[in-house]
Design a protein. Structure first.
Ligand code: PMP
Length: 410
């Protein structure tokens, strides 16, 4: 298969210094992008510049550096707003990542709206980050957690979903895209159905923000969360988007500096959005670095990235299917560039170890989706996940490396 010539993947690779290195004396082939993505030089430079020239705590300074960085922090918020097409910048809360964002919503929304006997719906595809916070809420509030089953292709069973909704359902929380299987869920339909019952929907966008155009107003989701490190940005950054009407009503889940308007020992009043949800010194360096990453994605073009990645997915699926005894897990009709698989008789960990020795970085294990692995009756998979800088050559290398793995263990 030929590489799409209008997409200059070698120029893109030049922007990511980490890709240009050898591991175990082999050129690095980084196929672990669902776990974390690498950073372009512009992001590295931006973070470096802040520490070298601009660092100062934001929001409460009277001096030049503090004011300058405060402005850039708020510009970063505006950049995120544009990227996800939120209506208002005050609907964008900076967090440390997806896990932080989901915990914040489960706690805060849960405090306000979930009572004994109420129900939360999740799906069989979820990452632990979208399971455990709801279990903790269930314990706190004596609530119920319902799980929508999936089929053997790794798709949500829509009939079961619709039947599961009841007058007790208070929120539906699901992954936009599955990290283990790559399934793109039909979130528009899911949200439409939920809204017919006036139930809000939280989308875990950890695996969608970097792969396709995200428009929170078009999807009409009530909450959308993601991590900066999955979209070529710094580690320890993330976003909690929420519709203003929810965020206004929900109580802060953390209290302290920045999130207050006035404090006396008798009474404290809270700040307005978004600061109400940003207690303490925020990771302003990370937030500004994340905005730089979003600019890089915009410059490259999310549609062009999506086309490139789907070409890689097609090629990889076709090549891996040629390997006898290899089973692909996750065969949904609509998928992003994630391939989970097992080779008969070879433990996923052994496959991953041998690939590593050939310079190929993949992830093995349950990918923080143990219930999903249980559905398939397996312990884990080998997962290759492709990003904007991967090439068709790397997929061919993976294919040949897997043939060697098979040979070694036969
Ligand atoms: N949800 C999904 C679908 C994910 O892929 C991940 C990261 N593997 C998370 C949640 C958690 O993200 P983080 O560890 O960045 O908080």
């Amino acid at each position: 298969m030929n590489q799409d010539v209008s997409y200059d993947v070698s120029a893109i690779r030049q922007d990511f210094p980490i890709l240009n290195q050898y591991v175990h004396n082999k050129p690095l082939s980084y196929l672990d992008n669902a776990a974390t993505t690498q950073k372009p030089q512009t992001v590295i430079d931006r973070v470096h510049k802040i520490y070298a020239r601009q660092n100062s705590n934001i929001h409460r300074g009277v001096h030049f550096l503090s004011n300058q960085l405060t402005e850039e922090y708020e510009q970063a918020r505006e950049q995120v707003r544009q990227f996800i097409n939120a209506k208002h910048a005050r609907e964008v809360i900076f967090t440390s990542g997806t896990t932080h964002s989901i915990n914040a919503i489960a706690y805060s929304f849960g405090e306000k709206y979930i009572h004994e006997g109420d129900e939360v719906i999740i799906t069989g595809l979820e990452h632990h980050a979208n399971i455990v916070p709801w279990q903790a809420l269930r314990e706190r509030k004596n609530a119920r957690l319902k799980v929508v089953p999936i089929n053997d292709r790794g798709e949500i069973q829509m009939d079961a979903y619709e039947r599961m909704i009841s007058s007790k359902t208070k929120i539906i929380a699901l992954s936009h895209i599955s990290n283990s299987l790559g399934t793109i869920n039909d979130v528009k339909r899911i949200i439409e159905v939920a809204h017919q019952h006036n139930i809000p929907v939280l989308l875990d966008g950890a695996q969608s923000i970097q792969h396709q155009q995200v428009d929170v107003q078009d999807m009409d989701c009530d909450f959308y969360v993601f991590s900066g490190h999955k979209v070529y940005g710094p580690n320890g950054t993330g976003v909690l988007y929420g519709k203003e009407k929810w965020l206004e009503e929900m109580p802060p889940y953390q209290t302290g500096g920045e999130m207050i308007q006035k404090v006396t020992f008798d009474k404290t009043t809270y700040n307005e959005l978004p600061l109400k949800f940003e207690a303490g010194t925020p990771n302003y360096v990370g937030a500004i670095g994340m905005a730089e990453a979003l600019r890089y994605v915009e410059k490259t073009g999310i549609q062009a990235i999506a086309r490139h990645e789907s070409q890689m997915l097609r090629h990889a699926t076709q090549k891996l299917q040629e390997i006898p005894g290899l089973t692909i897990y996750g065969t949904a009709e609509r998928k992003i560039s994630v391939l989970s698989f097992l080779i008969d008789g070879i433990h996923h960990y052994d496959t991953g170890m041998v690939l590593d020795k050939m310079g190929i970085a993949v992830r093995t294990g349950h990918h923080c989706t143990e219930p999903l692995m249980n559905h398939f009756g397996i312990e884990g998979t080998v997962r290759a996940s492709f990003a904007m800088y991967n090439t068709l050559d790397e997929i061919d290398q993976l294919y040949h490396a897997l043939l060697k793995v098979k040979q070694m263990f036969s």
